[in-house]
Design a protein around this ligand. Structure first.
Ligand code: WTA
Length: 641
């Protein structure tokens, strides 16, 4: 077993040919702004920026503000113009086994057609378009078509409920929705459009929906509102003259859970985001665009899908795999089969997936030829040393560096990662800030900690791909991120710096849970629960879980008499399902307990720490602030039952 001092040096060949060298690292550390000025050359600008960072109105920072560009041109046309039109952009593999190979020239043409179709439907620069789509190529096409027009895409994970979709559409005031008739789940079609129809009963602002035909299921098409993708996009010309926009033109809004019930619309803009994501994609994974086959195994509904499935790989002219299905369909070796089939050289996935593969056993990947792999990435939650070592050994055959990337929807790009050519890997540690960024661990008073003690992760200098604000709520942006430690970005994560100066991430310190790499807020689930007529009060905590990292445990007090005569088990199942329907199946509590009381402090605050201890069967900590200690015994009695 590894201990804190185990390290793995980079494989010799990788180190010898690494994109990012020690010399570049030193230069970036010495003069971060000069470094980011240089990195702007990754993009093709219509007007090159003359100023890198505008700090005149913190925390509303601007990057490359006087530069102009088009995001889609940078992802597509310029590669075709450079003679790489025949290079594969995506090897797409559908859930039931259908496939598509899409070159840069083909993707460019598709995006132009979609941009023409959106224009015909009245979409223009600054508009918001909601996307609720499975992992099909049209999702990428739709995102880039919006970007080409300067319209913002608002991608909502297709596993979210109709209510969650409606809330996001309304918050962002989207006028157009792009969806599909259905989606495949483990080889079987499941409806998708039906949820959109339900959502649109509550979204007065939506005037059109475009429906991709994926499963061929019968769907209702509302006259005057719903059009088929193959009709409206199919009839367009493949030529589209793009406009250029300022670097700070909005690119997209992506909703994520905060510590209150209302999801936050994270706003990303164009120039800095594309510089930051394309640089980190190139440096963290040592990407060689001509020869690598890169696979981000994440859904387009999350930021990882935005930054490292769509934008960064395309800006870099890389070849990617895009997979629609689940890891165990039709068999538990599907991922390894795909790596073998497409000769994937860089795999980027979440620790929760790795832990699931560990459960299935090392004999599964052992059946496939994984020798094409050279770099392994990890994202979404802390990777525990056991999973790191299993991944490194059974998937990487001990000669691929494991690059653990810490970042957030808000940061847009990797912020902490061991750059594979120049840094050692250490199981469990995310290691060092990305060159050109500045990250520290501080105590409650904001003093820097470097002695292995636990503190808060902060970012104390602006970075190019940073969020610019929360959609429609500048004040919440300032309050949420810049107020806990004035002038510094507070990430919401606990962390420590070890004796070697390497950073370890220790999970969230706020009321945000991380379940299988998905962010969920305890408050959001609590409000879903109290929204049910049976429920008087609820408290939700994240308890440690071997596979999913954290699991949702809900404590519920029923309204007197409301569920009388209903079987206890049925009450529990009904409430769990209610949360799944209100938010998403990923929010369904692993465990739900009906309790007579909740432990509260004298000031009436629910003692979550205590509930967490209970949920994890731990020795109870300090209970002296509890109003009524018998509550805990009551809950424990109930749990035993
Ligand atoms: C957690 C996903 C430890 C962290 C890109 C962060 C991680 C939240 C790591 C953001 C990692 C992400 N090690 N923790 N490598 N990557 N996290 O916005 O708590 O979905 O704040 O972005 O996930 O989740 P989000």
């Amino acid at each position: 077993m590894a201990d804190d001092s185990t390290t793995f040096p980079p494989p010799a060949e990788l180190a010898a040919n690494a994109n990012f060298t020690k010399d570049m690292y030193d230069r970036a550390q010495a003069d971060p702004l000069a470094f980011w000025t240089e990195q702007a050359n990754r993009l093709s600008w219509a007007t090159a920026p003359t100023q890198t960072l505008d700090e005149s109105n913190p925390p509303f920072y601007k990057w490359y503000a006087d530069g102009t560009l088009n995001a889609a041109y940078n992802c597509l046309d310029r590669h075709v113009e450079a003679g790489n039109g025949d290079r594969v952009a995506f090897y797409w593999e559908g859930d039931p086994g259908d496939t598509r190979t899409i070159t840069y020239a083909q993707l460019t043409e598709e995006v132009c057609k979609a941009a023409n179709a959106l224009t015909e439907l009245g979409v223009k620069s600054g508009d918001r378009v909601a996307l609720y789509l499975p992992m099909i190529p049209e999702a990428v096409v739709a995102m880039l078509a919006c970007a080409r027009l300067g319209a913002m895409h608002v991608v909502v994970f297709a596993g979210f409920s109709a209510d969650a979709l409606a809330a996001r559409i309304n918050d962002c005031d989207c006028q157009v929705v792009i969806t599909a008739d259905g989606q495949y789940r483990r080889g079987k079609p499941a409806p998708l459009k039906a949820a959109v129809d339900k959502a649109l009963e509550h979204t007065p602002g939506v005037r059109s929906t475009i429906v991709v035909q994926r499963t061929g299921e019968d769907v209702a098409m509302a006259e005057g509102r719903d059009v088929w993708w193959h009709d409206v996009v199919g009839r367009q010309s493949g030529e589209h003259k793009y406009e250029v926009f300022p670097a700070e033109h909005p690119l997209y809004v992506m909703y994520t859970s905060g510590s209150t019930g209302k999801p936050k619309g994270i706003l990303h803009t164009t120039g800095g985001y594309l510089v930051g994501t394309s640089f980190t994609h190139w440096a963290s994974f040592d990407l060689k665009a001509e020869t690598d086959v890169f696979w981000t195994a994440a859904d387009i509904g999350w930021v990882t899908g935005h930054s490292y499935l769509v934008y960064a790989p395309l800006v870099n002219g890389a070849t990617s795999v895009m997979y629609e299905g689940t890891p165990d369909s039709p068999h538990q070796g599907r991922w390894w089969e795909l790596i073998d089939k497409y000769k994937v050289s860089i795999l980027y996935c979440a620790p929760t997936a790795i832990r699931t593969f560990m459960k299935w056993g090392e004999q599964v990947p052992a059946k496939y030829d994984l020798s094409s792999l050279r770099v392994l990435g990890s994202v979404g939650e802390p990777i525990n040393p056991e999973a790191y070592l299993w991944y490194r050994h059974n998937i990487g055959h001990d000669n691929c560096p494991v690059v653990d990337t810490w970042w957030q929807t808000e940061t847009g790009m990797h912020m902490i990662a061991p750059l594979p050519g120049i840094e050692n890997g250490k199981p469990g540690a995310a290691m060092r800030p990305i060159p050109g960024t500045s990250i520290k661990v501080v105590n409650d008073e904001g003093h820097e900690l470097t002695d292995d003690s636990t503190g808060y992760l902060i970012i104390d200098k602006p970075w190019p791909a940073m969020l610019r604000t929360l959609w429609g709520d500048d004040q919440r942006y300032v309050d949420t991120y810049w107020s806990r430690f004035p002038g510094k970005y507070f990430a919401g994560d606990g962390a420590k710096v070890d004796a070697d100066g390497d950073i370890w991430l220790l999970g969230r310190v706020d009321d945000v849970m991380n379940v299988s790499g998905h962010r969920l807020s305890t408050t959001e689930i609590e409000s879903a629960l109290v929204g049910h007529p049976w429920v008087a009060e609820s408290a939700v905590v994240g308890a440690a879980d071997e596979t999913t990292g954290q699991a949702i445990v809900a404590f519920v007090i029923l309204r007197g008499g409301a569920a009388d005569g209903i079987d206890a088990d049925e009450v529990i199942q009904t409430l769990r399902t209610h949360v799944a329907q209100e938010i998403s199946p990923i929010a369904r509590p692993r465990q739900l307990m009906v309790v007579p009381e909740l432990p509260k402090t004298r000031s009436g605050k629910i003692m979550r720490r205590l509930l967490r201890d209970l949920a994890e069967n731990r020795e109870l900590g300090d209970v002296t602030t509890l109003t009524d200690a018998t509550v805990v015994t009551l809950i424990q009695d109930n749990m035993r039952k």
